[in-house]
Design a protein around this ligand. Sequence first.
Ligand code: SAM
Length: 282
Amino acid sequence: MATIDGLPPLRAVIAEHGLSARKSLGQNFLLDLNLTAKIARQAGDLSACDVLEIGPGPGGLTRGLLAQGARRVLAVEKDARCLPALAEIAEAYPGRLEVVNADALELDVLAHLTPPVRVVANLPYNVGTELLVRWLTPPAWPPFWQSLTLMFQKEVAERIVAQPGGKAYGRLAILAQWRAEARIVMSLPPGAFTPPPKVSSAVVHLVARPEPLYPADPETLSRVVATAFNQRRKMLRSSLKGLSPDIEAHLQAAGITPTERAEQVPLEAFCALARSLDGAAS
Ligand code: SAM
C-alpha cells in the first residue's frame, strides 16, 4: 500500500526490524500515518522550526512531522532496536532528521537544537509528566520551546487543562496554565495504538506565554500550591498554617476566603497569595 512518504508501511517496518513492543519502555505505537500527520498538524507551522520529538519508536510520528514540513527533527530514542528503522527515515529526508540514542531525562537537548523549537511527542507514559514539569520549570522564562504538543493518558491531559472546582484541578493545572496556554486538541481511544493501552489518550497543545500569566515567585508559588493540594480536603487556613503565622491575613489580602479549599481557588488568587507571603504588593 502507498504511504504518505513512499517509505514502507509501519507494520512492515516493525516486522522487518523485530520491534516487538516493550511495556517497560511505555511502547504503544501509532501505526496510522494519517493519524500521525494529523497530530503533527496540531503543532502548527513547523516549516521554520526545529522539532524535538521524544521517543520516536519505529517513526510513525517522526514521518508525520517530516511530511508536514518540519525544518528539522531531533528524535531522542532510548531503545537502540529502533535505530535502523529511523536511519531509513533520515535517508529519505536528507539533512532533516537527527536521531540520538539516549534517555530523554539525561540528554542536554539544547546542544542539538536551533531555535525556534517546538516539542511534539507521543510520550512514554512513565516519563511524560516528569518531562512536562521540567519543560515548564526551566531556570529562566521564556523557555527554549515555543509550544509542546504531547500525548498523555486522558486523565493526565484533563489534569493539565483543569479549571477550579473539580477533582482534576491541582498542581499540574496551575503550573501548566500559569506559564502556558493549554488545551486538549485530540482524543484517541486505546485502539489507535499497537498494542492498545488500558486507558484512552489525549493530545495536549501548550503554547508558552511570553511571561507567566500573573506575577509571582516560582518557588513561593510552587510551595504554596504543593502545600495547599497536599491536604486538598482541608480549609486553606488550616492546610497552609505552616507557611506563616499570619496565614489568615495573607489569604484575605489575596482575596481568598480562609475557609475555602484548594480546589476552589483560581490561579490568579494563588499568585496573589504567593506575592503576599513574599511581602510584595498584591
Ligand atoms: N512515537 C512513537 C509512536 O508514536 O508510535 C512511539 C511512542 S511510544 C508511546 C514511546 C517511545 O518512547 C518508545 O519508542 C520508547 O522506546 C521511547 N522511550 C521510553 N522511555 C524513553 C526515554 N526515557 N527517553 C527516550 N525515549 C524513551
